[in-house]
Design a protein around this ligand. Structure first.
Ligand SMILES: Nc1ncnc2c1ncn2[C@@H]1O[C@H](COP(=O)(O)OP(=O)(O)OP(=O)(O)O)[C@@H](O)[C@H]1O
Ligand SMILES: [Mg+2]
Length: 399
């Protein structure tokens, strides 16, 4: 058989039908021909397009059934199907169709012309949307904003390059990273940095699984069936809908339970978030960052091998080197100085961080939150010793 199958996106179907009808075609469902095979002989290939989406209902016997059914159809007929079944059809119908195509709505084509990129209709900006140049800038920024973890940064760069290629040919939907390690070394910061460096203007989609340990956790996460108390949307749907960037952070992943692990197994496999009401959010091109404080050994005990193998990348974050901690001090001090300058319109001493670093022994701190607290104390001491009464200054300015 030399037949051709074209996939369409569900939301584009009406546009496709109108276009084809204006060209004189009639779109018919394969169901009509399943009911009455004699109709096949009467088809005029120049006027009829056959939608085979209904074959998805024959899951168990699809291959044999479809091969027998489709043989008598003329090879020049155009067959179409909902892209939702792409994976199943490409495999089960591999001997029926020799050519696969994707129908693009006019809207997409004009977007491509204007922006000359491969942007999808999704409102989320994703790493797969960036041009090569933009990707270069993204990684420059990302490397600057996360201190240390050089091996991770190199690996993330390589992973992203591979992801973009295989996402483009629809083989890899979600890039999933699992980050383990000590508290306060930048695991959560990875997701924050990806969000910022992709130009996020709203809020990172973040869900803390520490809050999801009870047996009712799945309904809080993905909503409960309509008609029950609290049948509102689940948290993850709200977070993903409200964000502008294709990144999701799942913090403290190990704290939840097997039901949620299984749900995520499906998400990583299908590339979709499916709510309890069967609503879907396509996560194609998304990055999901999972973080956890468990040790490497507990990771193997707590997380099933099926799920473990679904993560594209697992990494143990080690403690930061003193040089990286010093960079963190410099960054924090400069950011405090900038804010003080803006608010109180006073110029603080230049390179204040150098003075601070003589008072803080960074090797005493492994958690950057603790180091941050120390920076604040040293700053308050500095303000006091310099007799800078910041609160009074504020009063004067506002008067
Ligand atoms: N490597 C780093 N680069 C930049 N900032 C960092 C780094 N490590 C920690 N920080 C800063 O320290 C704070 C704590 O870091 P973060 O929340 O990423 O820790 P974590 O590894 O997720 O810890 P936990 O396991 O406790 O959640 C954040 O404000 C973050 O900005
Ligand atoms: Mg964290």
């Amino acid at each position: 058989m030399e037949k051709e199958l074209t996939y369409f996106e569900r939301i584009d179907f009406n546009e496709f039908r109108e276009l084809k009808e204006s060209e004189g075609f009639l779109i018919e469902s394969i169901s009509d021909y399943i009911k009455d095979k004699n109709l096949i002989e009467q088809i005029d290939p120049l006027n009829v397009i056959i939608d085979i989406t209904a074959l998805s209902g024959y899951s168990a016997s699809m291959q044999a059934f479809s091969e027998e059914l489709l043989i008598p159809f003329d090879d020049s007929i155009l067959f179409i199907a909902d892209i939702k079944h792409e994976e199943t059809f490409n495999y089960e119908l591999r001997y029926c169709f020799t050519k696969i195509d994707y129908w693009k709505s006019k809207k997409d084509k004009s977007d491509d012309k204007v922006e000359n990129t491969n942007k999808s209709k999704s409102k989320h900006k994703k790493i797969t949307d960036l041009s090569e140049d933009e990707l270069g800038v993204f990684f420059q920024e990302f490397r600057k904003s996360l201190y240390g973890h050089e091996k991770f940064k190199d690996d993330f760069f390589d992973l992203t390059k591979t992801f973009r290629v295989f996402n483009g040919i629809r083989e890899h939907k979600i890039l999933s990273l699992f980050l383990l390690g000590e508290s306060g070394v930048g695991k959560t910061e990875v997701a924050n940095s990806i969000y910022k460096c992709l130009g996020g203007m709203k809020k990172l989609a973040k869900v803390n699984f520490g809050n999801y340990s009870s047996e009712f956790s799945l309904s809080s996460l993905i909503g409960s069936a309509r008609g029950y108390i609290g049948s509102d949307d689940g948290e993850i749907f709200i977070r993903v809908r409200d964000t502008d960037i294709g990144v999701i952070l799942i913090d403290e992943f190990e704290k939840s339970n097997a039901t949620l692990f299984n749900y995520f197994l499906d998400v990583l496999e299908s590339g979709k978030l499916v709510s309890s009401l069967a609503e879907e959010i396509d996560l194609d091109g998304f990055i999901i960052v999972f973080t956890s404080n468990i040790s490497k050994e507990d990771f193997s005990n707590k997380i099933s091998p099926e799920l473990r193998s679904r993560f594209d990348y697992k990494c143990q974050f080690t403690l930061l080197y003193n040089e990286d901690k010093k960079k963190y001090v410099e960054f924090r001090v400069n950011s405090i100085v900038r804010k003080v300058n803006e608010k109180y319109k006073i110029q603080l001493e230049e390179n204040l961080h150098e003075r601070f670093l003589t008072q803080i022994n960074v090797s005493d701190y492994n958690n950057m939150r603790d180091l941050n607290k120390k920076i604040k104390t040293v700053f308050v001491d500095y303000v006091t010793s310099e007799k800078l009464a910041l609160h009074e200054l504020e009063k004067e300015i506002s008067e």
